[in-house]
Write a protein that binds this ligand. Structure first.
Ligand SMILES: [Zn+2]
Length: 179
């Protein structure tokens, strides 16, 4: 059987701009990084499947209507041309198997799409993203220079750290083999 390879992408902080420490809750708040479409195009052109894996707990926490959060998701999928998007809507850690730092979203995608996790990558801006990637045996890239995220990782440090898009793009140029 032929296995696929993926690049798992956290959404807020990688593709879309967070509002301080929280995600956009409606379309008025939704803003993309300038690099987001180029990043998806690079991944696709190398033969990897781009897959969003995102924690979206704010409806369950009572901060925003789920319909509003889903309208943001729909817009992100359309804008970036994403076929695969996995979200956890549960409110807190350890209540489900899918909320990062648990690797459940990556396992679901792997089962659905026949993905070899050990030849796949994860890009995220938070410690919880990296921990999910490490647990699933992916190559991990922390897209954030903040020491505070790194210090939460202890022994589970990311394989690579990029603080801005140009360094991420050149790293992906060498990591995403076309074979
Ligand atoms: Zn969950």
């Amino acid at each position: 059987m032929r296995y696929n390879r993926a690049v798992f992408l956290d959404r807020d902080g990688v593709l879309t701009k967070p509002l301080g420490d929280r995600p956009p809750w409606n379309l008025q708040e939704l803003e993309y990084y300038n690099h987001s479409r180029r990043l998806i195009a690079t991944i696709t052109s190398r033969g990897y499947i781009p897959i969003v894996v995102t924690n979206q707990p704010d409806a369950a926490r009572g901060n925003a209507p789920l319909a509003s959060i889903k309208s943001v998701e729909h817009a992100v999928k359309e804008y970036l041309g994403l076929a695969y998007y996995y979200a956890c809507y549960h409110p807190y850690d350890n209540l489900c198997a899918c909320r990062k730092p648990s690797p459940g979203l990556l396992y679901s995608a792997s089962a659905d799409l026949n993905i070899d996790l050990s030849s796949s990558l994860l890009i995220g801006d938070r410690a919880k993203d990296i921990l999910a990637g490490v647990a699933a045996n992916c190559t991990t890239i922390l897209f954030n220079s903040s020491q505070s995220e790194r210090s939460k990782l202890f022994l589970n440090q990311p394989d690579y750290i990029c603080s801005e898009y140009n360094s991420l793009a050149s790293l992906l140029g060498s990591l995403l083999s076309s074979s």
